[in-house]
Ligand binder design. Structure first.
Ligand code: FAD
Length: 612
């Protein structure tokens, strides 16, 4: 189990409760709370990425997989692959914050970080959580050191998002010694050079292969297993240096002892692993955004136009400011979430410390937040790399400069680990399900809000008289707006709301932005008032500015989303009343985001990178 080494333990809270409960700055974990050990690991990962991975970028991109494997082994030697592996099997068994820090700091070259993440995440974790002692003993020590590399094979040509619809079949051999697998997997990361594959297939009766009773299951398959072949590399838009191939299983003979977990319970493995994958993807997007911003700042300072550095132009500064603010917000959301996961894991009783069911239950609690990190992180990175291409302009469009590769590489993040469409549906769907089953007191909160907003006076603003009081007010009212929209939509569609995907996605966007603004606000307040202040020139200012700047942007998403939902679910007098409430809830004095943007950009330009 993860040992909690976080220096500032936070309370374990109910997943999704951010919408209805108020939080204090001290309730959340932030990067300022990293322990000395976590800072050291961050430094080790960052040095490795800068000194070993980046210099090998051309070879990695050219698919010299011997180079990639060599670097993966080096990362293993440094302990960077062992964080989630139990000590008993050669691992370091550390907390999830450390695991996120590594994903974050390793991400300077997406092709490499995708290979790394697939190995330590979806490649290794199924075994950590579901493996028998014998399976763990056999494989985990090799995976923890990078001697062996792992892959995870769920997707098929005809089933990606619809993952439970896999066509690959497994049949028990007559002598009961093997499962015989037939089928094809597609898009498998690390496939070209992996040694061990977690492959999903349905166990079925050979007389009735399409039976509804076929049991979704997972199997550990070694590369040299008879009947197992790796197909040709795909030619991709981005992450070209990562390996992505199909797998062909043709009467592939897998020993029965390589069934992973219980027959028929493969879907638990598939889904539970994804929550971890999603928060790590969010963390990895931060690393990618920081290096892109650093490249953008450097170029903007060097490039001259009209007799000036282009970094002197407001419209260039706006892009640097937007990137800086988003990274600050992303750090706040990511480490808040992972801190909550660690806090929940720390509640597992000592004698259950290695009980994978208990571990997954704690992680699944934050499925909404993990999906939020995935969606928000991938779209944040897309925004940053787009800004940076525009700063490089013509030079951003050609291969010799790093902006072009980052732009191509970013795009995959919206597609894998569950597409952003699927994750948006999960965010709203999961919260609504929790509301309906009473796990989350959403329905009473909606009722209370309806009573409150139907009667004047105007909604109250945060009374803490600091520089973020306006943003706290915006946030409080945005939560009310989300409750209003969710309440009205669920009243109209009841349990059929899931069929109204556009409404589900608009609600998800509201939730995502609320979580983003709240995380930034709490972090900024903690930085300016907290006891953990690290004396850095820009620290306090940057948090406040980034929060103010981002909150203004978030409202440009939240307000139209709420309008669309209300217009779709209400009409006539009811709609007019609700729009009047909406207008009251979105009313606030606008921040001077132009001036704030200039200041944020100045800090990035002075620092030559993301300033924190
Ligand atoms: C580079 C790369 C690496 C990958 N690595 C792996 C790996 O290591 N292991 C692995 O198992 N898989 C991997 N994948 C597969 C990846 O997870 C899938 O591509 C992804 O899940 C989407 O599936 P799909 O491509 O079949 O799209 P589809 O599921 O066909 O989706 C097509 C479009 O329809 C939308 N859509 C689908 N269903 C719904 C719905 N219910 N409601 C609304 N919209 C919907 C999707 O969001 C998408 O926009 C990888 C893919 C790539 C490209």
């Amino acid at each position: 189990m993860a040992t909690a080494t976080t220096s500032a333990p936070v309370k374990a809270v109910t997943g999704g409760s951010f919408l209805i409960e108020e939080r204090q700055p001290s309730d959340i974990f932030t990067p300022e709370d990293f322990s000395d050990e976590q800072r050291q690991i961050a430094e080790t990962a960052a040095q490795f990425a800068a000194n070993e991975v980046l210099p090998a970028a051309d070879e990695i991109e050219a698919k010299h997989f011997d180079v990639t494997r060599g670097l993966l082994k080096k990362a293993g030697d440094l302990g960077l692959m062992a964080v989630d592996v139990p000590e008993a099997y050669g691992g370091l068994e550390m907390d999830k914050v450390t695991s996120a820090i590594i994903a974050d700091r390793m991400s300077v070259l997406a092709s490499f970080s995708v290979a790394f993440s697939a190995h330590v995440g979806i490649g290794t974790l199924p075994l950590v959580w579901y493996g028998t002692d014998a399976q763990k003993e056999k494989y985990l020590p090799k995976l923890a050191t990078g001697e062996w590399i792992a892959a995870y094979a769920l997707s098929e040509a005809s089933s990606g998002s619809d993952a439970m619809n896999v066509r690959t079949r497994a049949v028990l051999s007559g002598d009961g010694q093997h499962y015989i697998l037939n089928g094809e997997k597609m898009w498998i990361t690390n496939a070209g050079f992996a040694d061990l594959y977690t492959v999903f297939a349905k166990i079925t009766d050979p007389a009735d292969p399409e039976s509804k009773n076929a049991k979704m299951s997972a199997f550990l398959i070694e590369r040299d297993t008879p009947g197992f072949t790796v197909g040709a590399e795909e030619h991709k838009l981005g992450i070209r240096g990562s390996s992505t191939c199909p797998l062909i299983l043709s009467d592939c003979k897998v020993p029965v002892e390589n069934l992973l977990g219980e027959a028929g319970k493969g879907h638990h493995i598939a889904f539970n692993i994804l929550n971890i994958g999603r928060f790590k993807l969010g963390a990895a997007c931060l690393g990618g955004a920081r290096i892109s911003l650093a490249n953008g700042v450097k170029y903007a300072k060097e490039r001259k136009a009209f007799g000036k550095s282009i970094s002197d132009f407001g419209l260039i500064q706006q892009k640097l400011a937007d990137s800086t603010a988003r990274i600050f917000v992303g750090e706040a959301m990511t480490y808040r979430t992972v801190g909550m996961i660690d806090a929940a894991l720390a509640t597992i009783p000592e004698d259950q410390a290695h009980n994978s069911r208990e571990i997954q239950k704690r992680i699944e609690e934050y499925a909404v937040e993990c999906s939020i990190l995935k969606v928000w992180g991938s779209e944040m990175l897309d925004a940053v790399v787009d800004h940076v291409v525009q700063i490089y302009a013509g030079y951003g469009y050609v291969e010799e400069y790093p902006a072009e590769r980052a732009y191509r590489d970013s795009r995959i993040n919206r597609i894998f680990e569950g597409t952003n469409e699927i994750n948006r549906l999960i965010i709203t769907g999961f919260l609504m399900k929790r509301a309906m089953t009473g796990q989350l007191a959403l329905l009473p909160a909606i009722k209370q809000l309806m009573d409150e907003v139907m009667s004047p006076p105007a909604p109250g603003f945060d009374d803490a008289p600091d520089e973020l009081a306006r943003e706290a007010g915006i946030l409080a009212n945005a939560k009310k707006l989300a409750l209003l929209a969710a309440g009205t939509a669920s009243q109209k569609y009841m349990s059929n709301l899931a069929d109204q995907q556009e409404i589900m996605a608009d609600l998800a966007d509201m939730l995502i932005e609320i979580y983003a603004v709240e995380s930034a606000l709490l972090r900024a307040r903690k930085m300016t008032k907290g006891t953990n202040r690290v004396p850095q020139v820009y620290e306090g200012d940057l948090g406040v500015l980034a929060t103010q700047y981002y909150a203004a942007h978030a409202m440009t998403i939240i307000e139209p989303a709420a309008r669309r939902v209300l217009a779709a679910v209400a009409e006539g007098d009811m709609l007019r009343t609700q729009l009047a409430i909406l207008r009251r809830l979105v009313k606030h004095e606008p921040a001077d985001t132009i001036q704030m943007g200039r200041e944020l950009a100045r800090q990035a330009i002075d620092a030559g990178r993301y300033p924190l």
